[in-house]
Write a protein that binds this ligand. Sequence first.
Ligand code: ADP
Ligand code: MG
Length: 247
Amino acid sequence: MALLEIKGLKKNFGDLKVLKDVNMKIEEGEVLVLIGPSGSGKSTFLRSLIDLETVDGGSIAIAGESLCKDGVYVSKKEKAKALSKAGMVFQHFNLFPHMSIRKNLMCAPLLNKQGTKEEISKLAESTLAKVGLLDKIDAMPSTLSGGQKQRVAIARALMRNPEIILFDEPTSALDPEMVGEVLEVMKDLAKGHMTMVVVTHEMGFAREVGTRVIFMEKGSIIEENEPNEFFENPKSSRLKEFLNKVL
Ligand code: ADP
Ligand code: MG
């Protein structure tokens, strides 16, 4: 089953056409890496998928659950069903500074009545262990490094047991020495067959972990391929130009 199916997605900010007829299908276990110049619509695209932006046309379905069809959104209840299948990790981790890591992880599941307090607390422990930070469970966010905070943010996304996780430049705000530990956690998720869409400038990660790479520019998909072909044999002049700048 396609875990993400996007057809004819359109999004405008006033006169600015930010997404122009974007089509994409992502199968279970794929790690799709999305690259492109700043302002090409990558963040808007990911945000649209989890209803942080309202699109102006097209269809989105997550794990078989529709979020919108031909620009018409489903009911609130159906929306919640679709959105429960996806997690997102942002460039800035947005942890609540006044709450312990445990409480940060428990917050949304408690609101969503995902289980009893005890069950959710246990889940927070096992999930934090997956990103190697169980020893920090009762620490406050301010005592963690940037890399550790981002690993907590990944754990927070995992708490809802998502079928797909979207990452928007998860390592761009980190000091260089902390990038590796976050990429390692993402690599582990990929090994565990988590389906992922990753917007990143980490071309090494794209090559090594990506199953497919997409180049987006000015709101359109320009080129896509499996990583080796994509980097070794780019077809369009725009991708060639972009790769020359970033590699
Ligand atoms: P990327 O993530 O690829 O850098 P974005 O999706 O953030 O690109 O932005 C795409 C375009 O949409 C940019 O021109 C940006 O200025 C514009 N944009 C993004 N968010 C808004 C907004 N809330 N209001 C108006 N314009 C926006
Ligand atoms: Mg962005």
